[in-house]
Design a protein around this ligand. Structure first.
Ligand code: ASP
Length: 345
């Protein structure tokens, strides 16, 4: 029994057919995100909805959202799109509530994909029970089991649920959490997380060219990476899967023959598991998550950093399997090259 979550890039009109192709009779539960970017300078639907909320009662931004869903509806052969768009904007304006507005992308994606895949649509508001801003897992597990028993196959929107006062959203990237909760509730054999990269890269591919992809990584190391800025998976999704011991498979919709990365309780054979970077007010923090002796990593890095002109090192911390270095300039490329290119991993 597999629970699959498809990220925003997978849910565009360009890629919807690929979603249908990868599903097998074992894929019983599908969680979808709002439509993501179709090209690098495009804007994600959730960001458009945030802008829409900030501009209410001006609803002109909704046209951009509507155009994206019109295109997806064509692929999904969803003929009631005009009615769906019109009830969506009416609800947004009437309720004028931030969480309600920004959840609408996931709801529309789920309705269209449910139709396209021939799965039952289950409203996320009735599945994910929130008490205030936190999920009531006990109630949500009961709801999920009931939906699964009733429908067998279903599609739901990620990122939001319902509370006594209306819709409530998770933090950004929260569809990962929705998928992990359903996988745990239904004791799935696998939680597949489809995205646009071939798994969990050792470093962000937009910062380092063609980074090495980890084939397996432990929940603990993945959690650390997610917390420290690797935005491939929401940290709460890792916590949830770890608690119920459901393996997570992060993989690409665009290279389905590539198995991607498997996240389980087994520790990784790799020595350098991840290099993340976050921007600070006055510089950069670079983190190395590793399975080596931290002092030997520092000794390797010192030789490289010492040769960088104008580099100021503000602080270096080394504890357990994490080395963090704060500097005045970005050093992720130098660190990556030092640890993964020059020295054998
Ligand atoms: N659409 C939401 C976001 O952009 C949630 C998600 O995609 O996971 O953050």
């Amino acid at each position: 029994m597999i629970v699959s979550k498809f990220g925003g890039t997978c849910c565009t009109h360009l890629n919807a057919a690929k979603v249908k192709q990868v599903l097998t009779p074992n894929h019983h539960v599908v969680v979808v995100s709002a439509i993501g970017k179709t090209h690098p300078t495009d804007t994600k639907v959730t960001d458009l909805l945030i802008a829409l909320h900030n501009n209410l009662p001006d609803v002109s931004i909704f046209d951009l959202v509507a155009q994206k869903y019109q295109k997806l509806a064509k692929i999904c052969q969803y003929t009631q799109i005009d009615a769906l768009l019109s009830s969506t904007i009416t609800d947004i304006v009437t309720k004028n509530n931030y969480h309600n507005t920004i959840s609408k992308g996931e709801e529309m994606s789920a309705r269209l994909f449910a139709h396209y895949l021939g799965y039952q649509y289950v409203e996320a508001e009735e599945l994910f029970a929130f008490d205030g801003s936190s999920v009531n897992l006990k109630q949500t597990f009961v709801n999920a089991k009931k939906a699964y028993a009733l429908y067998g196959n279903f599609v739901t929107g990620g990122f939001y649920g319902g509370s006594s006062v209306g819709r409530q959203t998770f933090s950004r990237g929260g569809s990962d959490v929705s998928g992990a909760i359903l996988a745990s509730a239904l004791s799935a054999t696998l939680y597949e997380n489809y995205t646009d990269v071939n798994g969990v890269c050792v470093a962000n591919p937009s910062r380092v060219s063609l980074p090495f992809t980890a084939r397996c990584i432990s929940y603990d190391d993945m959690y650390l990476m997610s917390r420290l800025g690797a935005n491939v998976l929401h940290p709460d999704a890792v916590t949830m899967a770890r608690q119920s011991n459901v393996p997570i498979n992060v993989r690409s919709l665009f290279e389905v023959s590539d198995f991607g990365t498997l996240i389980t309780s087994a520790s990784s054979p790799q020595q350098v598991l991840g290099i993340t970077e976050s921007q600070l007010e006055d510089g950069y923090q670079t983190n190395v998550i590793h399975s080596l002796d931290g002092f030997s990593i520092l000794a390797r890095l010192a030789r490289v950093l010492i040769e960088m002109p104008n580099l100021q090192v503000f602080s270096v911390t080394q504890k357990d399997n994490l080395v963090s270095i704060c500097t005045n300039m970005p050093i992720i490329k130098a660190i990556y090259n030092c640890l993964l290119t020059n020295c054998a991993n």
